[in-house]
Design a protein around this ligand. Structure first.
Ligand code: F6P
Length: 368
């Protein structure tokens, strides 16, 4: 039943799904402030991603909800990795809806009187959103992830803040590596795409950058480190994306790769790599896994600008009734693409990307 306010032009739901990141609240603020003040719409906040819509864990948001959140990290709505089209999700095992999550979403979407569902998320979220359009729901997406691996947009919000955090961490490792004449391996997030490791590696002056897109040979890395030592540089920084692969791993299927990693006994690639480097070069090597620090804290100015711009652009599409799209940075303009563009895809680093050539030009090794 729609609650009527004079002149309310429409009602939309908004949710944040997948990994959190700085900039989510700035984006929520951008969409909602524009939609409420400029287009006189009504907004329903949905808790914890798609779980909240499955269980109707929702509430109407008011202007006061968007005060003071521009600079807040995380998401005021909460998030989850609930995947409505996959079975056996952990997100809501106790409720009585059973496994038909999509039916529950459709039921609650209509029960709430939504004209559109606005989703803030990464690849998985936009894949779910695209599939919901085939179920008759109106969807609008905003690209969010520190991985920057969403097809259709030059940049996702969250990336710039994580880039700053990672670069600061690499800067700090330089001083301790130099003091101890050590090789320092730092592992950054980025399972399927190496954007964060590539950009932070260049920004932080990494001597070796390892990304999933370029399988590495430990002997090539060792040779590069030895050459540096022969030039009198007796410390090095190795920046590795959590999804980077050795040449051997790249030839394995998923099952064998998982087995290989379990047998290595290392909790993640940084530790395995540090051990291999020490064995190959005899140089003292230490590992740092930056982990969730990259997703925490307040958004940087670039992310605030991008998130607010994408949010207000989404409000404009809402007002026009232009659904089935993801707002995006297209070239250097704020635009939008069909939801089919990011769905089921990952935007990986092209081998001929200019940033790879830039890194090579300053003598960076990619392990190949
Ligand atoms: O999706 C972004 C991301 O931070 C990845 O870089 C990382 O591998 C993953 O999320 C971690 O997922 P979770 O927060 O569920 O542990």
């Amino acid at each position: 039943m729609r609650s009527f306010r004079p002149g309310v032009t429409g009602t939309f739901g908004i949710l944040t799904a997948g990994g959190d990141c700085p900039g989510l609240n700035a984006a929520i603020r951008g969409v909602c402030r524009a939609a409420l003040s400029r287009y006189n719409m009504k907004v329903i906040g949905i808790a914890d991603g798609f779980r909240g819509l499955i269980e109707n864990d929702t509430r109407e948001l008011r202007p006061r909800d968007f005060s003071g959140i521009l600079t807040r990290g995380g998401t005021i709505l909460g998030t989850s990795r609930e995947k409505p089209f996959s079975r056996g999700s952990l997100a809501y095992k106790d409720n009585d809806i059973g496994q038909d999550k999509v039916a529950a979403i459709k039921k609650n979407y209509h029960k709430l009187g939504l004209d559109c569902l606005v989703i803030l998320g990464g690849n998985g979220t936009h894949t779910t959103g695209y599939r919901l359009t085939w179920e008759g729901l109106n969807i609008l997406g905003l690209p969010k992830t520190i991985d920057n691996d969403i097809m259709g947009t030059e940049m996702s919000f969250g990336f710039s803040s994580a880039l700053g955090i990672a670069t600061d961490a690499i800067d700090r490792l330089h001083s301790t590596a130099q003091s101890h004449s050590r090789v320092m391996v730092i592992e950054l997030m980025g399972n399927k795409a190496g954007w964060l490791a590539l950009y932070a590696g260049v920004a932080g002056g990494g001597d070796v950058i390892l990304i999933p897109e370029i399988p590495y040979d430990i002997k090539s890395i060792a040779r590069h480190l030895e050459e540096r030592a022969e030039d009198g540089k007796d410390f090095s920084i190795v920046v590795v994306a959590e999804g980077a692969l050795s040449i051997e791993e790249a030839q394995m299927d998923k099952k064998d790769r998982k087995k290989f990693r379990a047998e290595s006994g290392a909790p993640s690639i940084a530790y395995r790599l540090a051990k291999e480097i020490e064995e190959e070069t005899g140089r003292e090597t230490r590992a740092t896994v930056l982990g969730y620090v990259q997703r925490g804290g307040i958004p940087c100015a670039t992310d605030r600008i991008l998130a607010t711009s994408l949010g207000t652009a989404a409000a404009e599409l809402l007002a026009k009734g232009e659904y089935g799209r993801m707002v995006a940075l297209v070239g250097n303009e704020i635009g939008s693409v069909d939801l089919s563009v990011p769905a089921e895809k990952v935007r990986t680093v092209p081998q001929d990307h200019y940033m790879i050539d830039t890194a090579l030009s300053v003598g960076t090794c990619f392990g190949d």
